[in-house]
Ligand binder design. Sequence first.
Ligand SMILES: Nc1ncnc2c1ncn2[C@@H]1O[C@H](COP(=O)(O)OP(=O)(O)OP(=O)(O)O)[C@@H](O)[C@H]1O
Length: 361
Amino acid sequence: MSLSVAIRHSFAGFALDVGFAAPAGVTVLFGHSGSGKSTVVKAVAGLLRPDAGRISVNGRVLLDTASRVSVPVHRRGLGYVFQDGRLFPHMTVQGNLTYARRATGDRFDSVVDILGLGRLLDRRPGALSGGEAQRVAIGRALLSDPAMLLMDEPLAALDAPRKAEILPFLDRLCSESGVPILYVTHAVAEVARLANHIVLLENGRVLRSGPAAQLLADPALVPHMGVRDAGALLNARVVAHHPDGLTELAGPGGPLFLPGVSRAPGDRIRVRILAQDVILTRTRPKGLSALNILEGTIRTMHHGDGPGVVVQLAVDDEHLLARITRRSAETLELATGQTCFAVLKSVAVSQVDIAEPAPNP
Ligand SMILES: Nc1ncnc2c1ncn2[C@@H]1O[C@H](COP(=O)(O)OP(=O)(O)OP(=O)(O)O)[C@@H](O)[C@H]1O
């Protein structure tokens, strides 16, 4: 385990009591505003001393109140990226990057390459877009050679186009830097795109902690993700780009056709399929405009308080979620164990929903 946290802390009117262990890769702390995400990150960083508990990173104990161990912030060896980059305005990008450590050579070149900073090195922060400044802040944190990177809503201050622009760099960072990351967000799209492991917080407690694919495909957690954002991840491989602009993928249950996926044939990807974009039928439909029809078996059905039902469908050894109305579920007489067909419009999946595959455990 790269990160192990068990802490208790009280503020007036708020009690935090969390325990979780996270593997290498990207762990996303997810939860509503005020659920305690930043408090956990601050405790890991050493910016807040919890009332009681223990925190270790890669086996190194950073806090253990029982034995009065509390490693000071600057000795924790962690990189921290805030919402706003907090760059030094009077220094160039190069100066900002090398401020913490006179990093040169291969390491510097590889961080500049991963984050696409080459063209920006001579500029000052005032001449950078929000997304570029955030990439510099991430680069600076990486160049301090951290044992773990703590990222507290690093995209929250950016508008949607800037977010979409920086996500591919974060993908590369997560898959190529090898540095474990603790990432805070309440945006489900970021969770689906980046997380290997999710810790779902609610009112200062851990509601669930587990592999991202598993939690995102759990119908019972849909209310926490938000019904419009909930969706499962499917692993797929790029097969070919067709002249009509569609990319053919080999996924569970057969081919998938999505609009121009910017990956090369052979690349492995994960695709988020929003539960609200999936239509279910009991028999294989014919004469439909939708190109993607996946056969599966109903594993579970989750009835909430409203008019909707979330159906979890097993497609080969992966899972898909479909959100349909209670009325449709009754009309179709859906039940667990039944064979069903999931219909998905190609255009329902956008580039933001295409992510790197999860690393091997
Ligand atoms: N220094 C503090 N003093 C008193 N209360 C605090 C302090 N810091 C945080 N809190 C309270 O602790 C609770 C959890 O806050 P925290 O910032 O960890 O939540 P969060 O999940 O990160 O929220 P958000 O997504 O809005 O940033 C909130 O009720 C907050 O008001």
